[in-house]
Design a protein around this ligand. Structure first.
Ligand SMILES: [Zn+2]
Length: 443
């Protein structure tokens, strides 16, 4: 029997270009893809597995377009000095931590957020990794965790010059090795980008080299861009260019590149991002947590930039992040009547457009031939629920509800809120804690 899964009952929300809310329909998944969506009565065959979605909304799994698995290891760490600005947050916390990460730390720091992602219905993650003194082999270790979880992930290593030339070379080599691996594994759930930390930590020589090698491999780049004003100040002072101008000069921008944050970009930089087809990924919780500001995604949407949503490791729960994205626009524009469509579009529609620049089988909509990445959320709509009201239900109802079932590539990873990935969460957490204790001693 082929690997078939029928999801019947429930309300189907397809998302995608032609978002439909369907009742009385069923979704048939076969060999990892969606085979057919039709009236439930038309499915009369025998299926390997049938899931009853009554009382639930059936929709595509969420996509997190900017993540750092390794940040798991700081949870509860009280040793970092208080920081007065973002530059100090990097110096006092992240750059002290990542220098001490071992390959095992990288593996265990990934597996727990991946399990959490299954629980929250996030089926695709685009990660950005740093472990400068254990860079080589780190992406393969994280990939092991991704494979174990059954989810889809794009990985990259964040190249920078901050730890000297040898480590910068390691960063380049790690990106190249993982990009080449993913090129060989065509059709798989793993993908690669060429990671760059940020313009202010990469000198001209390294940036030129990374650009040449990355473009030679046909890879896009994943880079923190104008996250804080200090990034702009540094670039203007040392290179005489604004951040996006410098990335453009070195050929880093383009339709496969992700510019994370873009909190401090001006109109000219937005025009460059739009003209080059570069995707911007907005991370409102992180930006507010670091007190760096709020990206003006309204202006970016208006200019036609593809703006997606990430969490920068603040959470793997996209339903939480998207609500914050809306409140942040209200507050920053001093207007309670703006940003509704933009915030929800970034998560529900644009993240799929970003992901589909990388994955061979398209994700992010329930469509025949697309990846069978499907989630079931408990939901009984208390008001009319259709295409016209969906975003309101999503933001104020579904996003407050519970993910019941998570399926990625046709594999059931959680059902009835019970994990099915064959990982003992308690055991993994205990091992992670043991490693974290040692890491904190080295910190
Ligand atoms: Zn980040």
């Amino acid at each position: 029997m082929t690997d078939t899964l029928l999801i019947k009952g429930g309300i189907i929300v397809t998302l995608g270009d032609d978002n439909k809310v369907l009742r009385g329909h069923a979704v048939l998944c076969e060999d990892g893809r969606i085979k057919k969506i039709a009236k439930a009565s038309s499915f009369k065959g025998k299926y390997k597995k049938v899931i009853d979605a009554s009382g639930k909304v059936v929709m595509p799994g969420f996509i997190n377009a900017h993540m750092h698995f390794y940040s798991t290891m700081v949870r509860g760490l009280g040793k970092a000095k208080p920081s007065k600005d973002f530059a100090e947050v990097l110096e006092n916390l992240w750059w002290r931590l990542d220098k001490k990460l071992s390959l095992d730390d990288s593996y265990y720091s990934a597996i727990l957020p991946l399990i959490d992602a299954v629980k929250r219905g996030t089926t695709t993650l685009i990660d950005h990794h740093a472990s400068p003194f254990a860079a080589r082999g780190s992406l393969d270790r994280i990939a092991e965790a991704v494979k174990l979880s059954g989810l889809r992930a794009s990985l990259c290593y964040e190249l920078s010059d901050r730890d000297g030339e040898k480590i910068a070379q390691d960063g380049i080599a790690e990106n190249v090795a993982f990009i080449e691996r993913c090129m060989k594994e065509k059709g798989g759930k793993l993908k690669a980008l060429f990671g760059l930390h940020a313009s202010f930590t990469i000198g001209d020589k390294t940036l030129e080299k990374a650009s040449r090698i990355g473009r030679g491999l046909g890879a896009g780049f994943h880079v923190h861009t104008a996250e804080a004003k200090s990034d702009q100040d540094y670039n203007l002072k040392h290179f005489g260019l604004r951040v996006v101008e410098r990335l453009h000069k070195f050929g880093i921008l383009g339709p496969k590149t992700i510019a994370a944050h873009c909190v401090h970009v001006n109109e000219h930089e937005m025009d460059l991002l739009e003209r080059t087809g570069t995707a911007v990924v907005h991370n409102p919780q992180s930006n507010m947590n670091n007190a760096v500001g709020v990206a003006d995604i309204l202006k970016m949407f208006h200019k036609g930039i593809l703006v997606g949503l990430g969490t920068d490791a603040m959470t793997v729960n996209m339903m939480e992040e998207v609500r914050v994205a809306l409140w942040a626009q209200h507050l920053s524009h001093d207007n309670p009547n703006c940003g509704f469509v933009e915030a929800f579009t970034s998560l529900l529609f644009n993240n799929a457009k970003i992901a589909n620049r990388y994955w061979d089988v398209p994700v992010g909509a329930l469509k025949e031939g697309w990846a069978a990445d499907v989630i079931l959320i408990d939901y009984h709509p208390p008001t009319p629920f259709d295409e016209g009201t969906f975003l309101g239900h999503f933001g104020f109802g579904l996003a407050q509800s519970f993910v019941d079932t998570t399926i990625a590539g046709g594999k059931v990873l959680m059902e009835g809120k019970k994990l099915k990935i064959g990982v003992d969460e308690e055991e993994v957490a205990a091992k992670s804690m043991e490693l974290a204790r040692k890491l904190w001693e080295r910190f």
